[in-house]
Design a protein around this ligand. Structure first.
Ligand code: SF4
Length: 252
């Protein structure tokens, strides 16, 4: 498949759009900060048949944010999940088509932000944990990834993949927050000691944890605005599948 326009892509795939802008509750908070965040929601874990979360645990899979917020309200028809599965399949099966479409969406959203006088950022992994280097297309026969293509745009992600932080040295426009899974305590301490912030989910967010300052990570999502040596406290959100005993959510 060769991408030509957004309208052609919609027609061919039956998918209305790839990324959304300030649509979910957490991304709507960006409005308060005069910012638009273009966000991609894929089908997490192996829901689409393709694995998008290489370091996931059973617990985080069950508690995954994919099951919270807006999606909780759509239990009847699972429209949102079906759309995320279709996007994920498109990503794996027609990579350059997907990426060309996405680049077009990013360009038009950036333009919109400019017209509004807003800042603009991109979060690729909202319900996935894929390296941005996998989002590439060929320019003059050479692969160019999304961080190289949009060097002037701020990207940010959360990850459970320790190796991913190596990208921070390669790309100035990429920000990462490491995520506590309940099973990666040592990695979290290593990250903090290396000036990489760590996100932890709590039943109630404390001021200090592991002897580190905890910031309220629910005020906004644009983590790149935060200091690097802090813990980002996130309040546990209601999900479809209840998991009572787990290490992922810190009970205080
Ligand atoms: S790694 Fe993140 S996106 Fe993937 S299943 Fe776990 S919580 Fe969800």
């Amino acid at each position: 498949m060769i991408y030509t326009t957004k309208a052609q892509a919609k027609r061919l795939t039956g998918i209305s759009y790839l990324g959304s802008v300030n649509m979910t509750t957490k991304h709507q908070k960006a409005f308060k900060y005069n910012e638009l965040t273009y966000s991609l929601y894929l089908a997490p874990a192996k829901m689409s048949g393709y694995e998008v979360c290489p370091m996931r645990t059973k617990e985080c899979t069950k508690l995954c944010l994919n099951e919270s917020g807006m999606n909780t309200m759509n239990m009847e028809d699972d429209k949102i999940n079906r759309s995320r599965i279709a996007k994920t399949k498109l990503f794996f099966e027609h990579r350059e088509f997907f990426v060309n479409w996405m680049f077009d969406e990013i360009k038009s959203t950036e333009l919109k932000a400019k017209k509004l006088g807003y800042k603009f950022s991109v979060r690729l992994n909202n319900t996935s944990d894929i390296t941005p280097e996998s989002f590439y297309l060929h320019v003059n026969d050479k692969p160019v990834n999304i961080l190289q293509y949009f060097q002037h745009i701020q990207f940010y992600d959360y990850t459970k993949v320790p190796k991913r932080v190596e990208l921070l040295k390669k790309y100035k426009n990429y920000d990462l927050t490491f995520s506590y899974s309940g099973h990666n305590l040592n990695e979290c301490h290593t990250m903090l000691n290396n000036n990489i912030r760590v996100a932890v989910v709590f039943n109630k967010v404390p001021k200090v944890f592991w002897d580190r300052k905890v910031i309220d990570g629910d005020l906004y999502d644009m983590r790149y605005k935060d200091k690097k040596n802090v813990i980002v406290g996130l309040k546990y959100k209601r999900v479809r599948s209840k998991l009572t005993k787990n290490k992922f959510v810190i009970e205080l």
